[in-house]
Design a protein around this ligand. Structure first.
Ligand SMILES: [Zn+2]
Length: 214
């Protein structure tokens, strides 16, 4: 995510516009017994899988890292060409180009668990969220220069490409995922439907070259 202001930095992958529902007729509810909070282990595992995929693609320059931000920790990010120091409680999920690091804060876990609810299990949720953030790392490595919404949609596309590439079951949860995050208002990530279609583009065609507008 790249943004000009600090306040909207919250929940990069979780902010988007509109409230269109994306229907997912095949998906049955997750059994109560399989529900638990998402953990740093889930995020770490998802990150490892995605890193393996992108390194295999030769975007190995993607030395993207993962960091958990806790308590009073801060991180310095270059956002909208400005060096900004962000506190752990001001950020949920963020890709920080300065350090090529995906940051997940304690607040991020709260947000994820809030949105996860009963709709999606921790493992696919972690893969879908980190898949998007890792997409920003790929963009950074490729030195891509797109407008904000296109950057966000392409990150969703890269997420689809990578998760299909590792045969992740999380693909089945994509419609639910983009429907869930569509409940949050925002302006720069595209509509939930645009995001889902971008994800599917990557998942089905194994490339994001033909993403509209890219
Ligand atoms: Zn983003």
């Amino acid at each position: 995510m790249r943004r000009a202001a600090l306040v909207p930095v919250l929940a990069c992958a979780l902010t988007l516009s509109g409230s269109e529902a994306i229907s997912s007729p095949q998906k049955s509810p997750v059994p109560q017994s399989e529900l638990r909070n998402i953990s740093s282990g889930d995020v770490d595992t998802a990150f490892g899988k995605l890193q393996t995929y992108w390194r295999r693609q030769g975007v190995g320059a993607v030395s993207t890292r993962l960091a958990f931000l806790q308590g009073k920790q801060t991180v310095t990010c270059n956002l909208a060409n400005k060096q900004v120091t962000i506190n752990a409680d001001q950020i949920a999920l963020e890709y920080c180009p300065t350090s090529n690091t995906i940051i997940v804060s304690e607040l991020g876990f709260k947000v994820l668990n809030f949105f996860a609810g009963e709709d999606i299990k921790p493992e696919p949720l972690a893969e879908l969220v980190i898949g998007h953030e890792y997409g920003h790392g790929v963009q950074e490595a490729k030195k891509e220069n797109l407008t904000r919404v296109k950057l966000e949609l392409e990150a969703d596309c890269y997420s689809g490409e990578a998760l299909a590439g590792i045969n992740s079951p999380a693909i089945q949860d994509a419609a639910t995922f983009y429907g869930i995050i569509g409940r949050v208002p925002g302006t720069d990530h595209g509509t939930p439907m645009q995001r889902y279609l971008s994800f599917e583009e990557g998942a089905l065609f194994d490339t994001c070259d033909s993403l509209p507008g890219s």
